[in-house]
Design a protein around this ligand. Structure first.
Ligand code: NAP
Ligand code: GDD
Length: 341
């Protein structure tokens, strides 16, 4: 039986990866800053640790002696990284050095395989379209810069110490487990609540940004495949399709039976219910970023060739699954409100 250690176990990807590995017979250990709050992962051995705490990470690596480490833990919100730049660098950048040095100090450098959650945010102000492993990086946020430091740390430790360490350059991936601080879940939750009369409208930021959205369930499979390959390497993981935030909004409202009509521009743009004329979407500059990433779309040919990995979920599949899940939550909320009144 193989043993895996997953940092960021309480996050979206931690959930899907833990289920994937457990299904493959792994003993799964997970790291959270607050393990007592981790839900729906009863089969995981939970440990408390912070990626800022070198001594604790070493203790943990020595105790678990994992065959594989998946470093998913991060301050992962790009917008928040502008307000917490130093902290984001500490966790997302230096955290990787701490983990890799723990591996070395525990004498596991030639045994334990390491996955780093790199990001399409490395491409930021994109230098070519689509983005592949050879596209030059140009991050646009403290988050992107921290992930760039982490990316090169992985490459350096692989080349210097021979560690089987790989970067998964994952493009946006979503699911019902996405927190509502990210735009897709904010939208799916709003569409569900609006359709049940629990909310009037949703205010968003940049509707023009374009993303390459996949499903988290499929993306964790790519992580695992990277560590099963005999040679460590860096891989883009993406669908190769691109949609705007506005497209995502339209699809989510369509899933609850509302067709939107768009009018106005920039901060004056609104989305109206085409039947009732009621404004369901507007723009609030409070959600604009100081610098945004506008045009992300990945070329995952290398992952297909070397890892035999290919995504199947379409944007519509993802939106429908997220809205359906949020409709269930909104229905419970609605029932609770009615029983209380
Ligand atoms: P997520 O839902 O935000 O989960 C990240 C987890 O990291 C949190 O649940 C948090 O758990 C943990 N964490 C935060 N600060 C920490 C710290 N100081 N020390 C230890 N753990 C800390 O992120 P995700 O969407 O699952 O993404 C997983 C990883 O992939 C992240 O590194 C993210 O940056 C990267 N990534 C994500 C995407 C995407 O589209 N989802 C794309 C590319 C890359 P606790 O609060 O329990 O500690
Ligand atoms: N969060 C948020 N909230 N974003 C909004 C909103 C809003 O109300 N309105 C518009 N947006 C735009 C953002 O400006 C951005 O261009 C886009 O929606 C996506 O924002 P997020 O969903 O927050 O995701 P992200 O692309 O910035 O970052 C996610 O994907 C990265 C991979 O490219 C995160 O998961 C990162 O951790 C990950 O690395």
């Amino acid at each position: 039986m193989k043993t895996a250690l997953i940092t960021g176990i309480s996050g979206q990807d931690g959930y899907y990866l833990a289920h994937l590995l457990s299904g493959k017979g792994y003993e799964v250990h997970g790291v959270s800053r607050t393990p007592a709050l981790v839900r729906d992962l009863e089969f995981v051995h939970l440990h408390g640790a912070n990626l800022t705490d070198r001594n604790r990470l070493l203790e943990l690596v020595e105790e678990v002696r994992p065959d594989e480490i998946y470093n998913l833990g991060a301050q992962s919100h790009v917008g928040s990284s502008f307000d917490q730049a130093e902290y984001t660098g500490d966790v997302d950048g230096l955290g990787v050095i701490r983990l890799l040095d723990s591996l070395r100090a525990a004498g596991l450098a030639d045994r334990t395989r390491f996955y780093q959650a790199s990001s399409s945010e490395l491409y930021g102000l994109v230098q070519e379209v689509p983005q592949s492993e050879s596209t030059p990086f140009h991050p646009r946020s403290p988050y992107g810069v921290a992930k760039l430091y982490a990316y090169w740390t992985v490459v350096t430790y692989r080349e210097a110490y021979g560690i089987h360490a790989s970067n998964g350059i994952l493009f946006n991936h979503e699911s019902p487990r996405r927190p509502t601080t990210f735009v897709t879940r904010k939208i799916s939750q709003a569409a569900a609540r609006i359709s049940l009369g629990l909310q009037d409208k949703v205010s968003l930021g940049n509707l023009n940004a374009r993303r390459d959205w996949g499903h988290a369930r499929e993306y964790v499979e790519a992580m695992w495949r990277m560590l099963q390959h005999p040679a460590p390497d860096d891989y883009v993981v993406a669908t190769g399709t691109q949609f705007s935030i506005r497209d995502f909004v339209a699809e989510a409202f369509r899933a609850v039976g509302i067709e939107l009509e768009w009018e106005g521009e920039d901060v004056h743009e609104v989305g109206r219910d085409s039947k009732t004329g009621i404004v369901r979407v507007d723009v609030d500059p409070a959600f604009f970023r100081i610098a945004d990433v506008e045009n992300i779309v990945g070329d995952a040919t290398k992952a297909k060739l070397n890892l035999n990995w290919e995504p199947k979920f379409t944007l519509k599949d993802i939106v429908c699954e997220m809205v359906e899940s949020d409709l269930k939550l909104a229905e419970s909320e609605s029932l609770l409100m009615r029983s209380e009144s």
